[in-house]
Design a protein around this ligand. Sequence first.
Ligand code: RIB
Ligand code: CA
Length: 311
Amino acid sequence: MILDVDTGFDDAFAVLFAAMSKEINLLGITCVDGNTNVDQVVKNTLIVLDAAGAGEIPVAKGATRPLVEEPLYAEHIHGADGMGDLGLPESKRKIDSRSAIDLLRDLVEGSKEAVTLVPVAPLTNIANFITTYPESAKKLKEICLMGGSASVGNATAMAEFNIWHDPEAADIVFRSGIPITMYGLDVFYHPLVTESEAVQLQRSSNQSAQFAGKLLQACIKKLKQNVTLGDYGAVAAVLRPALLKTEVFDVGVEVAHGLVRGMTVVDRRPRLELMIEPRRIPGAARTNVVLDLDAKAFKDLWFTTVDSNWI
Ligand code: RIB
Ligand code: CA
């Protein structure tokens, strides 16, 4: 598995889990501009790997901005540093000397097994990888991405942040022909954590649990509500497909500048095959869309992996 992140707090929950899970061979992590600038994303990602007690996992810096538009960050949610402004000490880990797309190419080409790519961020790196190294990208087993929505948006009324931040990149990824599972806003907010669970984590003897608990409690205080494990769910969706309710739909990305730029248009009409071609979304991908999941099982998997003392 390879993660592509814009480490913000919920990317941190995904990285922590993926680095600690005994079910995952985490080959590497690529960083992209999104919740905050890509240099801060790299710093945050290295801090999370320290908290996970991870070995040498290559982390590479990717795109500093979306393909077309200027970046629009999410500090109001993730804080100025992208990770709750906790003032955590910087990591001493070094980033990989390769660019994100060169690391992606090398990891995919070097893996004996087909690789699952889990982007939980704007898709700028993934689009650049597909267009620069199409032969390597075709070797991916699947892309299980956190992004999009078959219902309403969060960044805008109809657009989810990761797609909205770089719609042109998302359009390239959805049209690529690579098998895609879309873990979107329809399930993104299901695995919610309470403040008492965050406090319980901080009482653990595991440094990973203490880190996670501190981050969770900071986010709960900032957002004044229970907090979602967010991006982690896209990683768990790869491991536990039986816990998901999914359906295959035509999905297209709106790139026109207007009210719904960045929207994933999910065609949920029945019997699409009866539709004449021009009435379907042009160039749409047949995408596996996650519509529901077992939130308690998702939470239990995360807690028991991040905190070996969790009961
Ligand atoms: O819309 C939620 C997504 O946007 C998450 O990946 C979050 O980390 C932000 O990147
Ligand atoms: Ca993210």
